[in-house]
Design a protein around this ligand. Sequence first.
Ligand code: KG4
Ligand code: ZN
Length: 333
Amino acid sequence: MIVLGIESSCDETAAAVCVDGQILSSIVNSQEIHRRFGGVVPELASREHERFLNRIVEQALREAGISTSELDGIAVTQGPGLAGTLLTGVCFAKGLALSLDIPIVGVNHLEAHIFANFLAEPDLKFPFVCLLVSGGHTQLWYVGGLGNYRLLGESRDDAAGEAFDKGARVLGLNYPGGPAIEKLAQNGDPKAVDFPRAFIKTNILEFSFSGLKTALLYFMDGFSPEEGMSLSDVAASYQAAIIDVLVYKLNQAVRQTGVRTCVIAGGVAANKLLRSSVADVLGQDIKVLFPDIALCTDNAAMVGYLGEKYLNDGQNSKISFPIKPNFSLISER
Ligand code: KG4
Ligand code: ZN
């Protein structure tokens, strides 16, 4: 089956062509316009999608060597995400599907992040635990099969990506904060500042990052680089506090469920310290998977891949399907 995937849930305009589970092309345009605002401006993001969608889709088709008349279906992110940006992608996808008279399926963005791991490891077997760490979500999922998900725990407040983004703003770095903090932390001492690690001494599978962000804010109030500590040390310590908790809770989830495989998904999965720490802490007996870096952050390959599975199963959406800005993974499709 030849499926065009479209993603516009936040600030990446993306299109990809997936054929029988293989990605033939994946184009991502990360909107630069938000950098100077320290976060995504929803109205600007919608306008940028409107400006770029057509050419990104054309480029994806061209690179795949596929014409629109060859498409068997379209998969588009239905939610969760920003209402305006979701609308641009969904309206574009519906228009194309109607004009080509082909089926369309609305895809859950979080589910697509999880399934990006099948692109790294096509033989990945259910069940597994997934640590989903993006700009809007920090969740631990038990994944029993396609459409079979149990939430093991999540953040009570900020998501891990949000903690990176907000922390970066405090440190005077640009959006997105994750890569910026990771870069600054490279030569820093992660033990320089003892930032809080919420719930680390408990068995509950929950996260909280708002206290960490406040701790950074207070620390920076009294910070002076002349006193022997550099900004890199602060960034490294802040990054270590986030990653420690993620890895610790993932390990607990794996032990509590008894599964032998875990996967990491979402933008924060691109973080190198997270990648190395998970491997160190979970040990040889647990299989650990990460998608390729380009498939961790938002992309349409994961949308096309998952959409193809649903289309193959005859589970296409009605053309009148709505966007779902708060789409939860366990709600009805
Ligand atoms: O999955 P994603 O691209 O978009 C959402 O669905 O939210 O995740 C974006 C988040 C941002 O908060 C960004 O700062 C974070 O992922 N991120 C990272 C890294 N690359 C992106 N966080 C830590 N280290 C990175 N290398
Ligand atoms: Zn995402």
